[in-house]
Ligand binder design. Structure first.
Ligand code: IPE
Ligand code: IPE
Ligand code: MG
Length: 248
């Protein structure tokens, strides 16, 4: 039986999984160890989200800016990603979770792309939860590519200028067809978006915790979801007491 607070879970939870490097540093370990431990937390939070009944879970795994890290770290992250997909795909299938990569997948190394696409194909029929894995994701890249697509449609007269609405832009994003995030969590104490879901998070509730991602637990996740229930989402109106935004 779910606790009261976990009934009616948010439709979409997004997470900036930050602090792997600092976790490793604190333990006098290599940063890569932090990423490995972080992968265990991913497993925990994916399962928790599915059991709680979250509809979409979006995890920021690699940003368009993360290529600027030392080559050894980027290479290690890419192999960790392949390992994660290989070991987790059977569990995703068992849990009826559909994997969906968001980001510029064309820019990923070919072998990583193959793993990701194969896992997406294998889980395509699952409808228990969508797991958006943000890989080579950057909001500015996403919006720039949306603008290019719309500009090209305009040029070919497939769309008229007056028909370019917010919905048309939303439809060109990697998250097209999905609800906007209700809640965005960032671990490790940093209070910024780092180019994540800029358009989609216009009315998202933010929650920042000092916990480093490898130390983040299901218990803390559930506490944040409970706290989220108490937020008063107004969406620019005067009063809305329910966290799904419906007026009381
Ligand atoms: C988040 O942890 C994982 C990725 C960005 C891939 P970091 O590697 O950013 O950890 P810190 O911020 O250096 O502690
Ligand atoms: C954001 O974390 C990206 C991911 C969690 C994948 P970063 O560690 O890259 O962000 P900054 O550099 O601190 O803003
Ligand atoms: Mg970081």
């Amino acid at each position: 039986m779910k606790s009261e607070a976990l009934q009616h879970p948010p439709s979409h939870v997004a997470v900036i999984m930050d602090g792997n490097g600092r976790w490793a540093k604190k333990k006098l370990m290599n940063r890569i160890k932090g990423h490995e431990k972080g992968a265990d937390t991913v497993r925990t939070i994916v399962t928790a989200s599915r059991e709680i009944g979250v509809g979409v879970l979006t995890l920021y795994a690699f940003s368009t800016e993360n290529w600027a890290r030392p080559e050894t770290e980027v290479t290690a992250l890419m192999s960790l990603l392949k390992k994660f997909i290989r070991t987790e795909t059977p569990r995703l299938k068992e849990q009826n979770i559909r994997l969906n990569a968001i980001g510029n997948t064309e820019g990923l190394p070919a072998d990583v792309r193959e793993y990701v696409f194969a896992a997406m194909e294998e889980t395509a029929g699952n409808d228990g939860m969508i797991l958006n894995l943000a890989l080579n994701y950057g909001s500015r890249e996403e919006l720039t590519s949306a603008v290019k697509t719309i500009a090209s449609k305009l040029q070919k007269e497939e769309i008229a200028e007056e028909d370019i609405t917010e919905a048309v832009i939303t439809d060109q994003l990697y998250t097209a067809g999905q609800p906007e995030p209700d809640l965005l969590i960032r671990t490790s104490g940093e209070m910024r978006l780092s180019n994540f879901l800029l358009w989609q998070s216009a009315y998202t509730e933010f929650f920042f915790t000092d916990t480093l991602w490898p130390d983040f637990t299901r218990r803390e996740f559930e506490e944040i979801l409970s706290h989220f229930k108490t937020r008063n989402r107004r969406f620019g109106k005067t009063t809305c007491s329910l966290s799904d935004g419906s007026p009381q």
